[in-house]
Design a protein around this ligand. Structure first.
Ligand code: ADE
Ligand code: ZN
Length: 326
């Protein structure tokens, strides 16, 4: 219908996207073939990624990522991902980049990967008008020592393009404060901070990320709704949630979108934004997310304009880049 087509086409800002998690399965299969790498058991019969639960999702993610072996591979991936995002009306995107996957935590290798990704992003900006900025992310289940190497890579390459530091991975392992050293290093280098929390574990995890890592944004954070005092604190502190509704439903955090707390959080005054997380893994796109929110919660163009404004204000880029989005 016309209303939904208009909503799908709205200009968008996406703040929570994992670069490898945005790789189309055909792209990964193509690279595997080129390199004669065997990728057994990560694809379903219809060619999409196949996994059973969150733990298995992380394994399939890492298996798919194993065919990305050079800066050139990552440059090609950036180009493919930005073309898809631009086709979804995304004007500005922040993407999680991981030194653990890009050179194994080695600073020299990371510089080469980053350079290649940035060049591909700048070409896409010239050619199709989409802007990308990078957020280095450490991987929680790789542990605090690897996180320190990722943070060092981030600190050494921080600037106008590499703008943030964060943490993804298995929230069920360890605790945020184990990573405080890395977040302190990143903060001292001038990077803005975000951390996955409140996706698998409850409100205490979100509180710990806010108190111990002093993040400006939380990846997901949706289970904060289980503690309304925490929700009030999130509002008071202006913490922004990077909400990925389709991801949460596909991974089973919530049984269906109508049971998702995004609308309750928004009604209570939380700054919520909308992202896809790992779109091909979750059979979603930014246009699909917008359409589903319009259908299930009746969000209209005014609500989406508010979401876009919140997202632009929460972006980690410089003021001039932000101003172009507002
Ligand atoms: N890495 C990629 N997607 C993720 C998610 N939804 N949660 C934690 N780590 C991730
Ligand atoms: Zn994520």
């Amino acid at each position: 219908e016309e209303r939904l087509a208009a909503i799908r086409a709205l200009p968008k800002v996406e703040l929570h996207l994992h670069l490898e998690g945005a790789a189309p399965p055909a792209f990964i299969r193509g690279l595997a073939q080129e390199k004669s790498v065997r990728l057994d058991g990560i694809f379903a019969g219809n060619g999409s990624y196949a996994y059973t639960d969150f733990g298995h999702f992380l394994e399939v993610y890492e298996a798919a990522t194993s065919v990305l072996k050079s800066p050139e591979d990552y440059a090609r991936l950036v180009t493919a991902v930005l073309e898809e995002s631009a086709a979804n009306g995304v004007l500005y995107s922040e993407t999680f980049l991981s030194p653990d996957f890009c050179g194994g935590g080695d600073l020299g290798a990371w510089r080469d990967y980053l350079h290649a990704m940035r060049e591909a992003a700048e070409a896409a900006e010239r050619d199709i008008g989409i802007t990308l900025r990078g957020i280095v992310t450490c991987i929680r289940h790789f542990g605090p020592e690897k996180a320190k190497r990722a943070a060092l890579c981030a600190a050494e390459t921080a600037g106008d393009w590499l703008v943030g530091f964060g943490m993804a991975g298995d929230e069920n392992r360890g605790s945020p404060r184990d990573f405080a050293y890395s977040f302190d290093m990143a903060r001292e280098a001038g990077l803005k901070l975000t951390c996955h929390a409140g996706e698998w574990r409850g409100p205490r995890e979100v509180a710990e990320a806010i108190d111990d890592l002093r993040v400006a944004r939380i990846g997901h954070g949706v289970r904060s709704i289980e503690d309304l005092a925490l929700v009030d604190k999130i509002v008071e502190n202006g913490i922004v949630l990077e909400v990925c509704p389709g991801s949460n439903v596909t991974l089973g955090v919530y049984p269906k979108l109508s049971a998702h707390p995004i609308e309750k959080l928004r009604e209570r005054g939380v700054k919520v934004t909308v992202s896809t997380d790992d779109p091909p893994f979750f059979h979603t796109s930014m246009a699909d997310e917008y359409e589903a929110l319009a259908r299930v919660f009746g969000w209209d163009e005014e609500v989406f304009a508010e979401i876009a404004r919140t997202s632009a204000e929460a972006a980690f880029c410089d003021e001039e880049t932000r101003a172009a989005l507002l």
